[in-house]
Design a protein around this ligand. Structure first.
Ligand SMILES: NC(=O)CC[C@H](N)C(=O)O
Length: 308
């Protein structure tokens, strides 16, 4: 299969649709991004990267960071992570608070905001906030095999100033005893992880361990065990797109994680790590064209985990 031709064709086919969807504007700094951008990068488990469009332009990875923080939290706390957060799809929007009261402050899964905030609280244990941010940044550089990856302080500040719903979620969970640090500390780390800026190429490298049984083929380093990689992929498939997770599985059939910056990381287990970016979002807050591109890719490659 000529993967370069596949990515080139997708970018060409989507050209007339550039700018579709609506850029996230509840984080003012994200509202300034040019919506007519589109990037795609595929890195196969043999380490080859195929790119098209704006694949080298950095964007805010936002909620895609939740996959990597979960990886760190599992490394630190192991299975005890699941005492404080569930593993079921929420069927609610990413920043919803409604289930939390019924479920006594235990969020449904680690990929909705409430769950991700608890995960960040776990990674913060034993650290000062800036040390936890440093740990996260070092981990991202390590798995992307690229020391140029940085945090966009402007985006972090912008979210800090307007993250009222995240403050509400965090305070609510602290009220239930499911947050162990001051809300400002945990959210300070959370806003910085979301503000990590990466290009599609860098993100596709960072996700490779999930496509390759836990080991990054670019460096040869084991990041997690094969079993843990499989389980993180399972959570991405069932919960990675919030209340659009079922639809994404139906159309694309790959574990994936979206972010309101317009990025999506998708994993074809045993084959490749794929990063796509287009800032316009659909109604549930996932990249509109990114989702379309991944459906095209899954169809044209036959990579759906459900078969060809
Ligand atoms: N879906 C997302 O990407 C949401 C992340 C964003 N930083 C928030 O907390 O609202």
């Amino acid at each position: 299969m000529d993967l370069q031709a596949v990515v080139d064709d997708i970018v060409r086919d989507l050209q007339p649709r550039l700018g579709e969807g609506k850029v996230a504007d509840y984080i003012p700094e994200l509202a300034r991004v040019d919506p007519k951008q589109f990037g795609l990068a595929i890195t196969t488990v043999d380490g080859t990267t195929y790119t098209a469009g704006d694949a080298d332009t950095s964007f805010s990875i936002q909620s895609i960071s939740k996959v990597f923080m979960l990886t760190l939290a599992l490394g630190k706390a192991g299975e005890s992570v699941w005492k404080r957060v569930g593993r079921e799809p929420s069927g609610s929007s990413f920043n919803s608070i409604v289930q939390l009261e019924h479920e006594h402050g235990i969020p449904r899964n680690p990929f909705i905001n409430a769950g991700a905030i608890v995960i960040t609280d776990m990674v913060l244990a034993g650290h000062k906030p800036r040390e936890a941010i440093g740990e996260f940044l070092r981990f991202m550089r390590f798995i992307a095999d690229d020391d140029s990856v940085t945090i966009d302080e402007k985006v972090a500040r912008s979210e800090q100033e307007t993250g009222f719903r995240n403050f509400a979620l965090a305070n609510f969970m602290r009220g239930f005893g499911n947050l162990q640090h001051p809300v400002e500390h945990t959210l300070g780390v959370y806003f910085h992880q979301c503000a990590l800026a990466m290009s599609c190429v860098q993100l596709s490298h960072a996700g490779l361990y999930l496509a390759n049984r836990g080991t990054n083929p670019l460096t040869g380093f084991s990041v997690v065990s094969p079993k843990r990689a499989r389980r993180i992929n399972a959570l991405m498939l069932t919960c990675g797109h919030y209340d659009g997770s079922g639809d994404f599985a139906y159309h694309v059939g790959l574990p994936g994680k979206s972010g309101v910056g317009g990025g999506i990381l998708a994993i074809a287990p045993g084959k490749a790590s794929i990063a796509v970016w287009s800032p316009g979002l659909n109604k549930v807050g996932n990249s509109a064209l990114g989702s379309v591109a991944l459906e095209m890719l899954a169809t044209r490659t036959g990579w759906s985990v459900f078969g060809t």
